[in-house]
Design a protein around this ligand. Structure first.
Ligand code: ADP
Ligand code: MG
Length: 478
């Protein structure tokens, strides 16, 4: 039988506020356990939560960026359950009336087409604390620093049809929240994590199959592998006469498999009810318009602009607009050079990105700034150096040897464009290679490359390649 996969993702993006969603405690990552949890985060009797306006602003930003509706009135609810890392015995979340509803995101598929993925809702909620098992033998430690950290839970429609689509969607959403500056996107620290709901159904069946929910996937690779495994598991199960049960599963990256964690609770197990400590959240037009005015140029729009304004391919434009710092850097190089956008793209995507990667550096700490890179490209443009020599100059720039012109002078890299000087080198090469010359003249055209190579070698790469070609053709004719 042919099967179709159906996937919906619930993504938790930790909002980049300084303080928690209902208290003034700090949200910074990595502090000593339990140093950033105040009486409100601990759920002490008699305390009152106060909503962080910044968290609402960030939720609204995402809502506007995905073309969603921002609810003028939304409600915080208590989701009741017991767990040691949840001292209040309930999580404050939004249930029936979330702040964001009915958005969409366009993902690019591998075959070059694109697909619209519906976003059902995005709601604000608080994170729980963390249980620590490693340093405690036969016991668990509880760190409540994370308790009360603002989360935006973004729930997709069951529109995804493969693990690859799910990853494409997750990457796109990741790019979006980082672009908007509402989430640091750090997946290792858990700032952006995903629960994947997966089911299968016979192709052509309209009804969905029973789903399993794989919890807490914190890397794109794990999402892809966990879903692939789960699809296989469900198909095998059904084909051997079994039935998928609705449950929550955990992915084990070491074994590459998902395992049952608990049977899925129904919503009524949580006994949701409006939190009496919090007023309904009312958002007015003025607030929404202020947020709208603060939106940056969004990734898709920027990519399109790069294609039209700079004449870049869809691929190049996609790479260069993957992050705001990279696109800003690129535009600064083009502006400083005053043109040649394709040359700039090649360098920013090529050597510049490679060196950043190699040194594990962010653009902000790049030793070569946009003006310096433009300065180097200007010397290619005016033919002072060749593109090949420019790579050596770039490396020297990177390690702080000085500015481009100083490096070119100091190392004597100036390109040789004087015809008689190049001819002199060519004559030397020809004189030293009588055998190759004879073979070339006898019709072995491939040897042309040999002569070019020798000339470049003898000139230490400094002879202007175009002139070398032209002059060699003439000289080799004899
Ligand atoms: P719950 O309240 O149990 O979390 P929701 O209705 O909110 O369930 O759905 C959670 C996620 O599961 C959504 O992303 C939704 O698209 C997805 N989903 C719902 N039904 C299915 C299904 N049969 N197969 C795969 N995903 C599904
Ligand atoms: Mg849900």
């Amino acid at each position: 039988m042919e099967w179709e996969t159906v996937i919906g993702l619930e993504i938790h993006a930790q909002l980049a506020t300084k303080s928690k969603i209902f208290s003034a405690a700090a949200t910074a990552y990595g502090a000593e356990p339990n140093t950033q949890a105040c009486a409100i985060d601990l759920g002490m009797p008699g305390v009152l939560p106060v909503l962080n306006r910044e968290a609402v602003r960030m939720a609204a930003m995402l809502g506007l960026a995905i073309g969603a509706q921002i609810a003028r009135r939304s409600v915080f609810a208590r989701k009741n359950y017991f767990y040691p890392d949840l001292p209040k015995g309930y999580q404050i979340s939004q249930y029936e009336l979330p702040v964001v509803e009915k958005g969409e995101l366009i993902i690019d598929l591998e075959d070059g087409s694109s697909k619209v993925i519906g976003i059902t809702r995005a709601h604000l909620e608080e994170d729980a604390g963390k249980s620590l098992h490693e340093d405690f033998h036969g016991q668990s430690g509880i760190d409540l620093n994370r308790a009360g950290t603002p989360l935006l839970e973004i729930v997709s429609e069951p529109d995804l049809r493969s693990a690859k689509e799910a990853v494409a969607y997750m990457k796109k959403l990741h790019q979006m929240v980082v672009y908007l500056g509402i989430c640091d996107g750090n997946m290792q620290e858990g700032s952006f994590r995903c629960d994947a709901n997966v089911s299968v159904r016979p192709k052509n069946q309209s009804q969905f199959g029973t789903r399993a929910e794989i919890k807490n996937l914190n890397s794109f690779r794990f999402v892809e592998r966990a879903i692939e495994f789960e699809i296989e598991r469900q198909i095998d199960l059904i084909e051997s006469g079994g039935k998928v049960v609705q449950e929550t599963r955990l992915y084990d990256p070491d074994k590459g498999e998902t395992r049952p964690m608990r049977s899925k609770e129904e919503a009524n197990d949580y006994r949701y009810f409006p939190d009496p400590d919090l007023l309904p959240l009312i958002v007015d037009e003025a607030f929404i318009e202020t947020v709208r005015a603060s939106l940056p140029e969004l990734p898709d729009v920027k990519k399109q602009r790069f294609m039209t304004q700079y004449g870049l391919s869809s691929y190049d434009a996609g790479v260069l607009t993957a992050s705001r710092p990279l696109s800003d850097y690129y535009e600064a190089v083009v502006a400083a050079l005053g043109g040649e956008p394709k040359l700039c793209a090649n360098w920013v995507m090529g050597d510049f990105s490679a060196f950043l990667n190699k040194d594990g550096k962010d653009i902000a700490d790049s030793p070569v700034n946009a003006a310096q890179l433009a300065g180097l490209l200007r010397r290619i443009q005016d033919r002072t150096i060749s593109g090949k020599i420019a790579k050596d100059v770039f490396e020297a720039l990177w390690v702080g040897e000085g500015d481009t012109d100083a490096i070119i002078e100091k190392r004597g890299l100036r390109q040789i464009t004087d015809t008689s000087a190049i001819e002199k080198v060519i004559d030397d090469v020809i004189a030293a290679s009588p055998e190759q010359l004879a073979q070339y003249r006898a019709g072995k055209d491939k040897l042309f490359g040999f002569f070019v190579g020798q000339v470049m070698k003898l000139s230490k790469g400094k002879a202007n390649p175009q002139q070398v070609n032209e002059l060699l053709i003439e000289k080799l004719k004899g």
